[in-house]
Design a protein around this ligand. Structure first.
Ligand code: SF4
Length: 201
């Protein structure tokens, strides 16, 4: 499959699933079908591990030092494949691996050990905080899990701090100054780095 590995702004991304339990107001999928050099990031089926490895092998990794799991879906929906892919990339290409995630892997998999399983495979993780409390989060992200999603996402982030070298949360700058300040306080209180990123429609 051709749209599993793509590049955007000189970074290599891995689009391993279109599944997601959320429907974020600002999800890039609402506005476009593709990103970077890829016309469409909609997969015609959820790729098998063989197809993911074939896509990696078909890509020219010369000079590439980093790869990011981020596509038209939540990468941890395919957690087993995500971890196997990260292992394969580390062993065969020696690249550093970043994961962009909604932080809901434990809810998705009815588990508590998603972050622990990433130890040694994921070098940095970026988790979308989106809002400062459960109600506001629910109104923006619309997770299928309801209000419990916010606390689960914070718990996952704290777990990541035990197992992953670099952990940060992000919010987009369109949520308003007051809300950004609340998110900054929440992250400060929990010892988590926060990046306020520009919203790109
Ligand atoms: S979690 Fe990511 S893929 Fe899922 S709806 Fe939100 S922005 Fe889109």
């Amino acid at each position: 499959m051709e749209n599993i590995v793509y590049t955007y702004d000189k970074t290599v991304y891995l689009n391993i699933t279109n599944a997601c339990p959320c429907n974020c107001e600002f999800c890039v999928r609402h506005n476009t079908d593709g990103l970077g050099d890829m016309g469409s990031l909609w997969l015609d089926h959820e790729p098998s591990m063989t197809e993911i490895k074939e896509a990696i092998d078909a890509f020219d990794w010369d000079g590439i030092t980093d790869a990011v799991f981020c596509g038209f879906g939540e990468p941890t929906c395919a957690l087993d494949k995500l971890l196997e892919t990260a292992k394969y990339l580390k062993e065969t290409r020696g690249v550093k691996i970043r994961l962009n995630t909604n932080g809901l892997s434990d809810l998705i998999h009815h588990s508590t050990d998603s972050a622990e399983r990433m130890a040694g495979l994921i070098d940095s993780v970026s988790i979308s905080l989106n809002a400062s409390d459960a109600e506001k989060y629910d109104a923006i992200v619309h997770p299928s899990f309801g209000l419990q999603a916010f606390d689960a996402m914070i718990r996952f982030t704290k777990d990541c701090q035990k197992y992953i070298p670099k952990v940060k949360m992000t919010v987009v700058d369109t949520i308003g100054e007051e809300e950004i300040e609340k998110c900054q306080k929440l992250c400060r209180d929990n010892g988590i780095d926060l990046r306020v990123r520009k919203y790109i429609p």
